[in-house]
Design a protein around this ligand. Structure first.
Ligand code: GMT
Length: 391
């Protein structure tokens, strides 16, 4: 028994040096990349983040084994408008790889990171291998962009390894980029950040009366999030249940919400809270989470809502059916079918037994299937597999 334990613990002999390249913006792929780096550092790997701004999730979770490298875009009048960021990024990746003897370059969101990393990897003095992770619209939207397609197909096939955050995304990437094989699937994960009950109660009182329910939507307010549907579902549910809506995040389509708030005189019913670095406090007071997207690889926001036992009403797109078992750990409807999403919302908010069941199933499912321990081990194993593969 004792030997077994020691054997298991010491199985991973090599601590890796990993460069993580990602977007610093508030958004899923940057958040997943940052969490991945933090978890790898906790397990003793040396992690080097490379981005063009501070990473919002890193601040409060900074720890040993982590270094941050800033990419600065060269400023020169002749270069004005020629967007040399990708070249500066490749230069920085190569520099970090050489200086720190990096084993793996883990890129998140393939455009432009995979091409920059593949270029850096081929520079002299770099022994690193490139593993790119597909996150969503880098496949579902940008693979159709003919201005990028040739370069993307070339650089993705030059990567040493590829992962995707959902099976559906992996299949889509294989097909649309004509990859040699389907990317390995490693689902996103979430580690629930508890929020003290007493503070949650105070916070809830700020937004809703005791007899009112709270509906939440968190996103980057892009077209794919279908903000018009979020508002339509809220308006539909509101006809039958006393509810308030909290909107978290920012983006171009937030103006749709503002327009409808004015049109329907909802200024006291809908709270537009904007960007939040810590959404756990909002989720801890929510009764329902809406995500009516037209496309969604494997929503981190929905996963986080489920980790708080908040039932999710979403669309049956991308990797969402891999996350939610319809009727058991949430509800899925077709894109644009706001009638069905209103019905699911009303049922969940008026039938306490159903709410309790879906809430418990959601929490259990995330803790069991989509936790850090599982996901990070999959990344570690895959990185080792890529390192051990013959060139
Ligand atoms: O692809 C995007 O739209 C951006 C990306 C991001 O950086 O926010 O979101 C994608 O990656 C997230 C992290 O893996 C996933 O949680 C989101 O589902 C995915 N978004 C879409 O597929 C629309």
């Amino acid at each position: 028994m004792k030997n077994n334990k020691i054997g298991r613990r010491s199985r991973r002999t090599k601590q890796l040096k990993i460069a993580i390249v990602c977007f610093p913006t508030y958004g899923g792929s940057g958040a997943v990349a940052t969490d991945l780096g933090i978890e790898l550092a906790k397990r003793g790997h040396e992690v080097h983040f490379i981005a063009n701004d501070v990473l919002f999730r890193l601040d409060s979770a900074w720890q040993k084994n982590i270094t941050f490298h800033l990419v600065e875009e060269p400023d020169h009048p002749v270069l004005d408008g020629s967007s040399v960021y990708v070249l500066a990024l490749a230069n920085k990746i190569a520099e970090v790889c050489r200086r720190y003897d990096i084993d793996i370059i883990s890129t998140h969101y393939s455009i432009p990171h995979a091409a920059a990393a593949a270029l850096a990897r081929d520079m002299p003095g770099t022994k690193a291998k490139v593993v790119n992770t597909f996150h969503g619209t880098d496949v579902t939207q940008l693979s159709e962009n003919l201005n990028l397609k040739e370069l993307m197909r070339y650089s993705l096939n030059k990567c040493d390894g590829l992962t995707a955050v959902a099976h559906s995304l992996s299949r889509h990437a294989e097909e649309s980029y004509s990859l040699d094989k389907a990317p390995k699937v490693i689902h996103n994960w979430i580690e629930k950040q508890e929020y003290p009950a007493a503070q949650a109660k105070e916070l809830r009182d700020l937004f809703a009366n005791r007899n009112e329910k709270i509906i939440t939507h968190i996103s980057n307010f892009r077209e794919v999030k279908r903000i018009q549907d979020v508002m339509a579902i809220f308006l539909g549910i509101r006809k039958k249940v006393k509810v308030k809506l909290l909107l978290i995040g920012d983006g171009p389509e937030q103006r749709i919400a503002h327009r409808l708030i004015t049109k329907h005189r909802l200024i006291n019913e809908v709270h537009v809270l904007g960007l939040q670095t810590n959404v756990s406090r909002i989720l801890s007071i929510s009764d329902l989470f809406l995500l009516p997207s037209s496309s969604e690889a494997f929503s981190l926001a929905a996963l986080e809502a489920m980790s708080f036992g908040v039932p999710v009403v979403a669309t049956n797109v991308g990797g969402m059916p891999e996350m939610i078992e319809h009727g058991e750990s949430g509800f899925l409807s077709e894109v644009g079918d706001t009638k069905s999403m209103i019905e699911h919302g009303i049922k969940l908010l008026t039938d306490q037994d159903l709410h309790d069941k879906v809430s418990a199933n959601s929490e259990r499912r995330v803790a069991k299937e989509f936790n850090a321990k599982l996901a990070i081990k999959q990344y570690e194993d895959y990185f080792e597999e890529v390192l051990n593969a013959k060139d």
